[in-house]
Design a protein around this ligand. Structure first.
Ligand code: F6R
Length: 263
């Protein structure tokens, strides 16, 4: 695992965008796994800026989003469909037919639908670069504590803590979805490379548990310890409870010297 400590959330977004952009430049047909939420906003802003200033090309790229709220139509401003179009897709030249986001409007036959989402990922050749945020409870995607570490895309009931965290994007009194369709931990672990971004003090405990704690379904991000190519990009506040700062800095310095392609 690489742990990259950055000064603030702006630097986290910039570093993540640099990695996504270099993946796209090296392989214009990259298959990107994308996340929503407040954490990747800076990364999306930077990618849009790179598209506009340097012509960063998304026209051959394919994307798969991690999750979508159950019950929200794509035109609902709280949906992840809406989020992605607002914060990335409408500003870059990605082809609409190459965009995949779980359908929150399905009713029944969830397993069949979720299997088809997994099949679409396989048909695209698998995810080259998966972007993740992390919940306060250590979730990735909406794989809440006690999710199976082998789980695949499925319908998931959200915890009360996650529903409360999500409430901030909904109007007062508006019903916050209790369920979501989410890629599973097993799905995420199959991505060729994983980037997990975190900023702010509310993520400090889950980041320390994910990186330095035991692998446990109680903190599903800890499953990333089994992934052969994962990079955590965290700001000072989110990294505040990590114990091995000096080691992470030395690993980065020597990786840059010896195997710069890993960065
Ligand atoms: C979003 C997702 C979630 C978020 C996580 C952090 O697609 O899968 O796991 O990444 O809840 O959300 P923020 O970034 O809003 O703190």
């Amino acid at each position: 695992m690489l742990v990259v400590l950055k000064e603030n959330s702006f630097e986290v977004g910039r570093e993540a965008a640099r990695i996504v952009a270099s993946s796209l430049r090296a392989n214009p047909k990259s298959v990107l796994g994308l996340a929503t939420g407040s954490t990747p906003l800076g990364m999306y802003e930077e990618l849009i800026a790179l598209h506009k200033s340097t012509g960063l090309d998304f026209s051959h790229a394919t994307s798969f989003n991690l999750d979508e709220y159950l019950g929200l139509a794509p035109d609902n401003p709280q949906s992840f469909h809406y989020f992605m179009h607002e914060h990335l897709f409408r500003h870059v030249n990605v082809k609409p037919e190459n965009i995949h986001i779980p359908d929150g409007t399905i009713t029944g036959n969830y397993d069949t639908y979720c299997c088809s989402y997994e099949q679409a990922i396989r048909d695209a050749g698998g995810i080259d670069l998966q972007i993740l945020g992390i919940g306060r409870n250590g979730h990735i995607g909406f794989n809440e504590p006690t999710s199976s570490l082998g789980s695949r895309t499925r319908l998931k009931v959200l915890t009360k803590e996650t529903i409360d965290d999500n409430r901030k994007s909904f109007a007062p009194g508006e019903k916050v979805p209790e369920c979501a369709i989410t890629m599973g931990i097993g799905t995420i672990l199959e991505a060729k490379r994983v980037l997990l971004l975190a900023s702010g003090s509310s993520k400090a405990t889950s980041i320390a548990q994910a990186i330095e704690g035991p692998v446990t379904a109680s903190v599903t991000a800890s499953a990333l310890q089994h992934h052969p190519d994962v990079t955590f990009i965290v700001d000072q506040q989110a990294g505040a409870q990590l114990r091995h700062h000096d080691y992470y800095a030395r690993v980065l310095r020597l990786t840059a010297e010896l195997t710069p392609d890993r960065l």
